[in-house]
Design a protein around this ligand. Structure first.
Ligand SMILES: NC(=O)c1ccc[n+]([C@@H]2O[C@H](COP(=O)([O-])OP(=O)(O)OC[C@H]3O[C@@H](n4cnc5c(N)ncnc54)[C@H](OP(=O)(O)O)[C@@H]3O)[C@@H](O)[C@H]2O)c1
Ligand SMILES: *[C@@H]1O[C@H](CO)[C@@H](O)[C@H](O)[C@H]1NC(C)=O
Ligand SMILES: *[C@@H]1O[C@H](CO)[C@@H](O)[C@H](O)[C@H]1NC(C)=O
Ligand SMILES: *[C@@H]1O[C@H](CO)[C@@H](O)[C@H](O)[C@H]1NC(C)=O
Length: 327
């Protein structure tokens, strides 16, 4: 859990600036890389209403140094001011935080990628992204399988050359698609964002990424908790008794246990909440220390894999072929 190293730094900062604990880690002297990416990030899908900026700013004030955005979330123009406000209130600068965004399916193709990132940079009010993902291996209007993502990827590599993205990655690729991409580029993805939580553990898939040096970010780390998912079966993760018992024993909350488990696997986790107390609670996952036997028990929860996010039918494309609970 590399991000834990932020905490002692925060303590030093308190002594210097007399600011609340989580608020002011020392500013980084080196640019963030995927070796130093803060493992606990803040998700922004479904942030809506009139306090989006406030929620994002609160996350940064709480200590989050990694914000996960996407053009399709339709809120980057509100997330951006939240980032600016959070930086202002903590005295941090752009370089101190990790900002990820994603290219939507309607901006695939050689000539559309750059306008996709330009709109995101403008809305977020930042000069560069730390990480830009291809959100799906699917261009809008593509029916059936397509290798179009190769061209989109080639266009994305130019964004690293022109400095608009420091790293580029993919999201929601299946093994065939990722291997095909690796075979057709000299610039392998630096990161892959995918659904991962105790109900969908994808160990082998994770190992593949380790082998290839591709960082993995776990989305929907609280499993079906997001109300856009059908969370009736299995038991909602945060109500799961295995999780609750571990939480009680270690003095954590169930959400903190789920997030600590994710980070213990080396993945970054990006929980979303629009509520101050939950934003703070989730950040506390950095201090939730699990024992080996806890992790073993949690590993068992993955035996009946359950995937919540699968737009395959609506889009009429195969997704997640060969993966746990895939098509
Ligand atoms: N690449 C992709 O295709 C993709 C797909 C899905 C998600 N993502 C990214 O991953 C992020 C996280 O995934 P997600 O938003 O699907 O789900 P999530 O973070 O696992 O769960 C979010 C839901 O849990 C609730 N919640 C948060 N903390 C809680 C807590 N401590 N106790 C109880 N409930 C809690 C939130 O409610 P409130 O907000 O009301 O507190 C929200 O409804 C997204 O925001 C997005 O950035 C990416
Ligand atoms: C945002 O507004 C909602 C609805 O009024 C409220 O429940 C939530 O606590 C607010 N969040 C923040 C960060 O102010
Ligand atoms: C990638 O290239 C390797 C080596 O040529 C080959 O064995 C493999 O089948 C290719 N994979 C895909 C998905 O094209
Ligand atoms: C899960 O826990 C919440 C909060 O304690 C409760 O409101 C909800 O009814 C529970 N859901 C199930 C399916 O047990």
């Amino acid at each position: 859990m590399k991000s834990i190293s932020l905490l002692p730094l925060a303590a030093i900062a308190i002594a210097q600036h007399e600011a609340p604990a989580a608020q002011v880690p020392l500013q980084s002297t080196k640019p963030l890389t995927l070796d130093t990416i803060p493992l606990l990030g803040y998700g922004t899908w479904n942030l809506k209403g009139d306090n989006i900026s406030e929620a994002v700013s609160w996350a940064i004030q709480t200590g989050y140094r990694h914000i996960d955005c996407a053009a399709i979330y339709g809120n980057e123009d509100k997330v951006g001011p939240g980032i600016a406000d959070g930086l202002l209130k903590t005295g941090l600068s752009r370089e101190d935080i990790w900002v990820t965004s994603k290219l939507w399916n309607d901006h695939h193709g050689t000539n559309s990628v750059e306008s996709g990132i330009d709109a995101t940079l403008r809305d977020l009010g930042v000069g560069y992204l730390d990480l830009y993902h291809m959100h799906w291996p699917v261009a809008s209007g593509t029916f059936g399988n397509s290798i179009e993502y190769r061209d989109t990827w080639a266009a994305m590599t130019l964004l690293v050359q022109n400095g608009k993205a420091r790293h580029i990655g993919v999201s929601n690729f299946d093994p065939e698609q990722l291997k095909d991409l690796l075979n057709h580029t000299t610039h392998p993805p630096s990161a892959h964002q995918m659904e991962l939580h105790p109900y969908l553990q994808q160990d082998d898939w994770l190992k593949f990424h380790e082998k290839h040096g591709i960082h993995v970010t776990a989305y929907s780390p609280l499993a079906g908790t997001n109300p856009t998912y059908d969370n009736t079966d299995p038991t909602p993760l945060l109500n799961n008794t295995v999780l609750s018992k571990i939480a009680e024993k270690r003095g954590c909350t169930p959400a903190q246990v789920a997030l600590a488990w994710g980070m213990s696997r080396g993945t970054s986790v990006i929980p979303k909440s629009q509520h101050k107390e939950r934003i703070t609670e989730n950040f506390g996952a950095l201090e939730c220390v699990l024992k080996k036997k806890d992790v073993k028990k949690l590993d068992k929860l993955g035996e009946a894999a359950h995937r919540y996010n699968n737009p395959s039918k609506g889009w009429k494309v195969d997704l997640y072929k060969g993966l746990e609970d895939g098509n």
